[in-house]
Every structure is written in C-alpha cells, then in structure tokens.
Design a protein around this ligand. Structure first.
Ligand code: ZN
Length: 133
C-alpha cells in the first residue's frame, strides 16, 4: 500500500498517523508488524509527539539549526542538508500491531518528514501478519 503525501514547504513534519491506522484497521491483521518506509533520499519517517503540534515545529527548528542550509557542502544539487537530515532521522519505522491496532503511546504519532519540499512524495506501508512470541 502506498500513500501520497504533498508537502507545502521546504521542511515540514506531516502527521500521517490516521492514514496508517486506517490501513491497519482495513486489513484482517490482529497481530503483526506495520512497516512505514519512504523511498526518498531527502525525506524520512519518525515517531514523536502528535498531541501538541508545537513539538513537530520544534524538532524541525532544531534540525534546521544543527544542519544549516549554507555550509561548505560538495554535492552539486545544493540540497546536502536535506540528505543529511534524511539519514539522521531514518527512512522507516516499524510499529507493532496488537488487537488490530497500532501499538502507539498516548502522545505518539507517525510523521512524514519533508526536508526538500515542496514535493509530492510516496510513503510505502507493508503489513506483516504473525503472532508475537
Ligand atoms: Zn541531492
């Protein structure tokens, strides 16, 4: 299953939790794993607080401070900071499924991370059915 995500700014965290929950609910899987993956070198997936949207803004603010747009980068495309952020945050997350639902904490949400937008992006999901031991 693939989701399409359209980012609206150069860097942005987009909460995709409800889309992932919907896909898990519409499957017949009660126990298993849900993998969320981006096939992009300037985007990422992360899990963090979604209850307060300020957290996502703060995360991006600090990433932008730690990895500045202007530095002595060699990559000619000019988007090295986006590549670096993608590697630091990571291209995927794996979430357990129990009783047909994602195992997420009360405050946790799943975010698509845009580091070189605005763009139209793909987020791939794979569900794996199986009982935990
Ligand atoms: Zn590049």
């Amino acid at each position: 299953m693939t989701l399409t995500v359209k980012s609206k700014s150069r860097t942005q965290l987009i909460d995709i939790t409800s889309d992932i929950r919907k896909a898990v609910r519409s499957s017949d899987i009660l126990e298993g794993l849900c993998m969320v993956y981006v096939p992009h070198t300037t985007a990422a997936i992360t899990i963090n607080e979604s209850a307060d949207p300020s957290v996502a803004i703060d995360i991006m603010m600090v990433l932008n401070e730690v990895i500045p747009w202007k530095a002595d980068y060699r990559h000619l495309e000019g988007n090295s900071p986006a590549h670096i952020k993608s590697t630091l945050v990571g291209a995927s997350e794996v979430i357990a499924i129990e009783n047909g639902s994602l195992v997420l904490g009360t405050w946790q949400g799943i975010f698509f991370c845009e580091f070189d937008g605005p763009r139209t992006r793909s987020v791939h999901m794979r569900l794996l059915k199986g009982e935990f031991v």
